[in-house]
Design a protein around this ligand. Structure first.
Ligand code: GLV
Ligand code: MG
Length: 312
């Protein structure tokens, strides 16, 4: 192992992340009572320009009125992009009026590290000025060709950054990929056309201690398509996926929770390795397969996640 290690910056259970347009207070109330690990109140692309100001007010009110933490939820606000004139007031109003009630800000269309620097500087000042003892985290959407080209530098930003998300819809648009289907597979492509990009983002996340989250799947009448996409993301190391419809929450929770058989096998791996260790051996066998210290590291990932789910 290298002497340079970047431990996980912040562990949070993020199997399912429900996107809720902040223009709709009834949907916000429903989200607070639902089964999602994470809810983000959207001020960005699900909100029409004429509704931006009211959506911001609704988000602030929902942060203040609802005790999201008592409900076991992480609550986030997706601010508008730095290329809009809404962004500075999103940060200032949300942070000044509810900065100790929101867990993270999700910054869309991050292209360069300076985008995060700007949000971080504002948040630092507002938290100081307000005397908050809480510390809001930052999450970045990688959803432009520029963001993907700079994904390693962005992941290395440090500060409050704790997760990157793959925004497949904007990414497809930015890449001019031949699709108008959010997150679906292109039948002309032999495999998953998003594989290389998700994988690239996950490597950057894991190298620098960030959580990796897969973005939306637009066809909420296709649960199997959703689960296939979620399973592919999980296979690459993502720990959760967005839900753009309440019906997708349980699908994400299912896919990103280790099944009982996997947890049992992880426990047995640890037991067998302890026995081998007592006999002075590094490797052992389990059900006809070799296991060693790397198996222990994989098993521990499963057990840590299972504990976090049990503690929820
Ligand atoms: C999410 O914002 C996306 O563009 O997919
Ligand atoms: Mg987007």
């Amino acid at each position: 192992m290298s002497h340079i290690l970047h431990p996980m910056r912040k562990a949070r259970l993020q199997r399912s992340e429900l996107a809720v347009p902040a223009s709709n207070p009834a949907m916000i109330d429903k989200a607070a009572d639902g089964p999602a690990d994470y809810v983000f109140l959207d001020l960005e692309d699900a909100i029409a320009p004429s509704e931006k100001v009211q959506a911001r007010k609704n988000a602030i009110q929902a942060l203040n009125d609802i005790d999201w933490r008592a409900r076991g939820k992480t609550v986030s606000v997706r601010i508008n992009g730095l290329d809009t004139h809404y962004m500075y007031r999103d940060v200032v109003d949300v942070m000044e009026q509810a900065g100790d009630r929101v867990d993270t800000l999700l910054v869309p269309k991050v292209g360069v590290t300076g985008d995060l620097y700007m949000v971080e500087a504002l948040v630092n000042q507002i938290e100081q000025a307000r005397g908050f003892s809480t510390r809001v985290g930052l999450e970045a959407l990688i959803e432009t060709a520029l963001g993907m080209a700079n994904v390693e530098a962005i992941a290395r930003f440090g500060g409050r950054l704790e997760a990157l998300h793959f925004g497949v819809a904007d990414f497809a648009a930015s890449m001019r990929a031949r699709t108008t289907n959010i997150g679906g597979l292109n039948p002309h492509y032999p495999g998953d056309q998003w594989h290389a990009s998700i994988s690239r983002m996950v490597v950057a996340c894991r190298a620098y201690g960030l959580r990796a989250i897969d973005g939306p799947f637009g066809d909420f009448s296709d649960p199997e398509g959703y689960k296939d996409g979620a399973n592919r993301a999980a296979a690459l190391g993502c720990e959760g996926k967005w839900a753009i419809h309440p019906s997708q929450i349980s699908l994400a929770n299912e896919v990103f929770s280790p099944p009982e058989a996997e947890v049992t096998r992880a426990r047995r791996i640890i037991e067998e390795l302890r026995k081998a260790e007592a006999m002075g051996k590094g490797a052992a066998q389990l059900d006809g397969r070799m296991i060693d210290a790397a198996s222990e590291r994989m098993a521990m990932n499963v057990l840590v996640l299972a504990d976090a789910i049990a503690a929820r």
